[in-house]
Write a protein that binds this ligand. Sequence first.
Ligand code: COA
Length: 216
Amino acid sequence: MSDTRVLREEDPEAARLLGEGWTVVAESWGARLRDPDPQRLRALVDVATLAGYDVRELERHELGAVAGLEAVTAGDYPRTPATDVPARTRAVLEAMDARFVGAWAGDVLAAVTAVEPGEGLVETSFTSVHPEHRRRGLAAAVKAASVLVMLPGGARVFGTGGAAVNAGSLAMNARVGYLVEERWLSLRAPAARPADDAAGGSTGLAKAPRRGPSDF
Ligand SMILES: CC(C)(COP(=O)(O)OP(=O)(O)OC[C@H]1O[C@@H](n2cnc3c(N)ncnc32)[C@H](O)[C@@H]1OP(=O)(O)O)[C@@H](O)C(=O)NCCC(=O)NCCS
């Protein structure tokens, strides 16, 4: 059995494991945006547009720029057993069933978000902003624009999530209107050895069951 488990915080199994000496090694959350207000979303996009950014849906031939931005920001995503961050090469991005929305500063891609239709909701796959363009409302702008892109197809429920330590992610999603509906605990068995962590092995991220939030 895996020595890392990801459980809803109210799950009685979590209380049982904590009672057995398991420890919380990370916390994460899942949020929903239901029946969004397009006007509120457009106002968030306008913040970026008025600052000179071109916010729009990206075309397939622009995915190379997304891969480039993800290579720059990869180290900034918090990693927890519930928030896996795969390498996002161009080939990986092209294989995704996603729509991408970006914010351009001239010919530089400053921000991107990707959304994928799931069962009954549209999930954010990831969001990132180039370090030189942060704290200007770009994450909120591209996330708002990604919701606007999906509305004409009939989507009304949107999901996102992330690591509790990621204050920026929580704040940007709150700004778009997402409400946290789920909290998850990543629990580690008392016997877990540090060497396992270093190897990303039996306690590693790749093997953890993916039942927590998916964001980004
Ligand atoms: C998280 C991230 C996307 C935020 O991008 P950003 O463009 O700087 O965010 P915005 O400017 O749109 O900010 C939106 C809100 O978040 C807040 N915020 C942004 N970064 C923050 C941080 N590091 N700490 C606290 N609050 C932060 C802003 O103050 C703003 O709050 P407000 O609405 O109360 O004014 C960016 O820091 C990033 O790319 N991080 C690495 C990748 C990552 O973690 N992605 C999300 C994974 S869940």
